[in-house]
Design a protein around this ligand. Structure first.
Ligand SMILES: C[S@@+](CC[C@H](N)C(=O)[O-])C[C@H]1O[C@@H](n2cnc3c(N)ncnc32)[C@H](O)[C@@H]1O
Length: 282
């Protein structure tokens, strides 16, 4: 099948979008190949003959799929936060808990557990009357978490991502959410970016970036976390969270709150457990 895909890629001139489903005789396996090009009937016969497949073709409506996905995601409420795309923004009361997030090519609308847990955990900090002054969101995606902490704590926030589309989109989203004075956005892999101070100390580090990147960044997180600081790690399976708890223990971190559901897990860790921190269970 991948030979067939390659064949399409190399041989069909760009005309229009078509969905091609190629099924082999022997199995029920079928593969969808989206082409920007028209196939003429002779070409279809030749391909069927050469690749021993049956080809079905459907025209796909031409539309801006990125925009469509952007406007269509439904508003989501996460405790006090309500997150909408700009399409729905006018139908939602705008206050410090409302976020307008367009996703486009970046990750982070609040619909995924990994983001949702982070939004819950930062609200747990607020409930404990903890107000971090310096915050970094590592792997900002759409900027959703950076914008949320800026609105919630009114603090200075740095948002970084190693992906340029995410950096550009976060810049747009911080303007839409009117937090430009609070959030600075840079391209950076982990905490190594040119604009970041290597010895900076953060009161809160949020990293929703999956297990392996977190593991390799763990040492730098500890070094850049203030003594009374908090670390939120997300994008983990429950098993990976167990492993990270072990690693965190070796670094002297304590688990303050753990959030898990549908095999996703997130951790709120700290070097020093504050007196007013109560262990919250969901
Ligand atoms: C799962 S998304 C999280 C987006 C958003 N923060 C959220 O919570 O929905 C992970 C993001 O981390 C970025 N990323 C992954 N590894 C990174 C690294 N080592 N340094 C900076 N960004 C990273 C990816 O490009 C992606 O945008």
């Amino acid at each position: 099948m991948s030979r067939l895909e390659k064949f399409f890629e190399l041989n069909i001139p760009v005309i229009e979008y078509q969905e091609v489903i190629a099924c082999t005789n022997k199995s029920l396996f079928n593969q969808k190949i989206f082409l920007k090009r028209a196939l003429d009937p002779i070409m279809i016969c030749l391909i069927e003959e050469c690749f021993k497949v049956k080809i079905l073709i459907t025209k796909v409506q031409r539309k801006n799929w990125l925009r469509a996905s952007n406007v269509q995601f439904s508003p989501v409420k996460i405790n006090k936060f309500i997150i909408t795309s700009s399409f729905f923004a006018n139908s939602v009361k705008q206050d410090k808990y409302s976020l307008t997030i367009d996703a486009s090519l970046a990750f982070g609308t609040g619909h995924h557990y990994s983001t949702k847990f982070c939004l819950e955990l930062i609200q747990e900090l607020k409930k404990m009357q903890i107000n971090p002054l310096t915050i970094i969101d590592v792997g900002c995606g759409t900027g959703i978490l950076a914008i949320a902490v800026a609105k919630l704590f009114g603090s200075r926030v740095i948002a970084v991502d190693n992906d340029i589309h995410s950096v550009e989109l976060t810049k747009r989203n911080i303007i839409v959410n009117k937090v430009m004075r609070h959030v600075k956005v840079y391209r950076s892999s982990g905490l190594t970016g040119n604009h970041l101070k290597s010895r900076a100390k953060y009161d809160l580090i949020v990293a929703n970036i999956l297990f392996n990147p977190i593991k390799s960044l763990m040492r730098s997180f500890i070094q850049n976390l203030s003594n009374s600081g908090f670390l939120i790690l997300s994008g983990l399976t429950i098993k990976q969270a167990r492993q990270l708890k072990e690693i965190s223990k070796q670094f002297g971190l304590k688990v303050l709150v753990e959030r898990k559901e549908a095999n996703w897990a997130s951790l709120l860790l700290t070097k020093t457990v504050p007196k007013r921190a109560i262990k919250l269970s969901y």
